[in-house]
Design a protein around this ligand. Structure first.
Ligand code: ZN
Length: 225
């Protein structure tokens, strides 16, 4: 059932969606809505593009292709930007980059997400790694796999100048398959870890003041576990 509370003209709707997307450098050609997905067909407004290698601007379009980029949802609808991306020929005869793709300010090179969507994902990656991050990103219609969450998490942690975190991230990377299984499989060693934690806190409370025999009794008789 479709309920229309407001009668809006196409022009008004287009204006509203443009404001929501908030990417003034994009020229929106058309917007299509089907299967709960908003597809925005767009191209980059600028007539020229800067060569990433030598920095010279070029207007010589060589070719074009389409990139699909996920943005933040608009009114709970998945939003995809189908970006018609031009390939330019570098005009500098001394430059080894013959052809390059144009770049948009809010879309990261080679990324399938806009900067806004990536920023939100990074927040999840820090606060809620693994399954919870995936559930929430699904709710927000920015679907990612657990390995993406984990990967982003590693990148963020490595960018920071905190040696301890870097070591931790590197350690996890070394055993990435185990980490991913820990996230994806229904088995958990949480109960064992819990017991280890309990025993360690009992041991530390009486450190240097009791024998192994007392520790053994405390661990076995402790009702906290
Ligand atoms: Zn160049």
């Amino acid at each position: 059932m479709t309920v229309l509370y407001l009668k809006v003209t196409d022009k008004q709707l287009l204006k509203m969606i443009k404001q929501l997307i908030d990417m003034p450098f994009l020229k929106i050609q058309k917007i299509n809505y089907s299967d709960d997905i908003i597809r925005i067909y767009a191209s980059i407004k600028s007539r020229r593009s800067k060569c990433p290698l030598c920095g010279r601007y070029s207007k010589r379009v060589h070719d074009y292709y389409f990139r699909t980029i996920t943005d933040l949802p608009v009114f709970q609808n998945r939003t995809k930007i189908l970006l018609r991306t031009r390939k330019f020929r570098c005009g500098n005869p001394h430059c080894s980059q013959k052809v390059f793709s144009e770049q948009a300010p809010d879309i990261i090179r080679y990324s399938r997400r806009t900067k806004k969507a990536t920023r939100i994902l990074e927040t999840f990656a820090i606060e809620l790694t693994g399954r919870l991050g995936i559930i929430i990103s699904e709710q927000l219609h920015i679907t990612v796999s657990s390995s993406t969450i984990t990967r982003i998490d590693f990148v963020i942690r490595s960018k920071r100048k905190l040696a301890g975190l870097k070591t931790f991230a590197r350690g996890m990377l070394r055993d990435l398959s185990a980490v991913e299984n820990g996230i994806n499989m229904r088995w958990s060693n949480g109960a064992v870890e819990g017991h280890v934690n309990r025993i360690k806190s009992i041991k530390r409370q009486m450190y240097g003041r009791a024998s192994f025999e007392l520790l053994r009794k405390k661990v076995i008789l402790s009702r906290s576990g």
